[in-house]
Design a protein around this ligand. Structure first.
Ligand SMILES: Cc1ncc(COP(=O)(O)O)c(C=O)c1O
Length: 379
């Protein structure tokens, strides 16, 4: 199956009880057994649930993996990956990453004796200098949040293979519509399914996809043992969301391009961060590893004034000022005071998260309404 067909049918079977085309929401914690161990493959819903199972198969299919795992949030999925490690192990991570991932690494797992290195990975040679016998995972987020840097997944995977490390890629911003990290050599793909996969801002969920059976078994063990699973209703919602991922993404990309170009030509705008521009420092890598450039855009205004940025996000009307991204509706955010507030100012400014930076998640509304809204708010 090709990608668009997979979003609808990948890993799916019609329900055996009544032929329901969509899997029923199996809102149950447990399953009747005829004799101890006499069950139909499902014993307890932390371990397995048929609705979640259908979703996990869909995750695996759209990411060209073999095994999918669904979690109660994106952070719960990341938490499961880091639990593959033990004290003394080291992780090399992108320095410009989602603030919550940074918080989980530095405020939770560092106290358990795991060491994290945060570096710019646009130049992949930086990575090799940090590798030692304790290094176990390379954590990549691309495009990065919110600076829209692009990391060459294939080049990083060559390094991870050379040193037998696990390469995990947070594919939340790109989605498999734009890039498929497992095909580029990654071992684990992670998603905040809260975003584009769910697509309707009505659910919080995380996902992992892998190809390797042994790695999958270790992650399934952690998923069940730690228990951060999602419920059947949420599984159903994300499964439904995935069925329109390709058409939504197509429109997100079209609108994203028009908004990025509008901003680039605005006299009050200083810089627009969007990988589709030829002058974007990693444009060529983006072009080679992504099918298009997505609907996530960040920009700064001239003068780099905190209050001006706040005024713009307050004045936007079609764009809703809110955390999160990837839903059908356009959202805007002020990373310095919102998503990235947990990163110290000196640290965040090093990566470009300055006071005037505004992040847009361009939705699938009519483009004329989005441009008019930006126009009135910036002017
Ligand atoms: C790139 C990225 N990774 C991970 C997460 C965490 O996901 P969740 O909020 O579903 O826990 C987010 C949330 O914004 C994100 O943007």
């Amino acid at each position: 199956m090709k990608f668009n067909t997979k979003t609808i049918h990948g890993g799916q079977k019609h329900d055996t009880a009544f032929g329901a085309v969509m899997p029923p929401i199996y809102q149950t914690s447990t399953y009747a057994q005829t004799t101890p161990g006499g069950h139909k493959g499902f014993e307890y819903s932390r371990t397995h649930n048929p609705t979640r199972h259908a979703l996990e198969n869909a995750f695996a299919s759209i990411e060209n993996g073999k095994f999918g795992l669904a979690f109660g949030s994106g952070l719960a999925a990341i938490d499961a990956v880091i639990k593959l490690l033990k004290p003394g192990d080291e992780v090399i991570s992108t320095n410009d990453l989602y603030g919550g991932s940074y918080r989980l690494f530095t405020k939770i797992f560092q106290d358990f004796g795991i060491k994290f290195h945060f570096i710019g990975m646009q130049n992949t040679t930086n990575i090799e200098e940090l590798i030692n016998e304790n290094t176990k995972i390379i954590w990549v987020e691309t495009p990065t949040n919110p600076m829209m840097n692009i990391i060459d997944i294939k080049a990083v995977s060559e390094i991870s293979k050379k040193y037998k490390l696990i390469l995990a890629v947070d594919n939340t911003f790109a989605t498999p519509y734009l890039q498929q990290p497992l095909d580029l050599g990654a071992d684990i793909v992670m998603h905040s399914a809260t975003k584009y996969l769910g697509g309707h801002s009505d659910v919080v969920m995380g996902a992992l996809v892998v190809k390797d059976k042994e790695l999958a078994d270790r992650l399934y063990f952690i998923q069940n043992a730690s228990g951060a699973v999602c419920g059947p209703q949420d599984s159903f919602l994300v499964l439904r969301g995935i069925k329109t991922l390709h058409v939504r993404m197509q429109r997100h990309c079209e609108n994203g391009k028009d908004v990025a170009e509008y901003l680039r030509n605005h006299p009050k705008v200083k810089k627009v961060y969007w990988p589709g521009f030829e002058e974007h420092p990693n444009h060529l890598i983006a072009k080679s590893q992504m099918n298009d450039f997505g609907g996530m855009i960040s920009f700064t205004t001239k003068g780099n004034n905190y209050d001006d940025a706040i005024k713009i996000v307050e004045n936007l009307k079609v764009f809703t000022l809110a955390e999160s991204l990837g839903g059908v509706e356009s959202l805007c955010g002020h990373p310095a005071s919102m998503t990235h507030a947990s990163i110290p100012k000196t640290e965040r400014e090093k990566t470009g998260v300055v006071d005037s930076l505004i992040r847009l998640s361009v939705g699938i509304e009519d483009i004329e309404d989005l441009i008019a809204d930006l126009n009135q708010a910036i002017n």
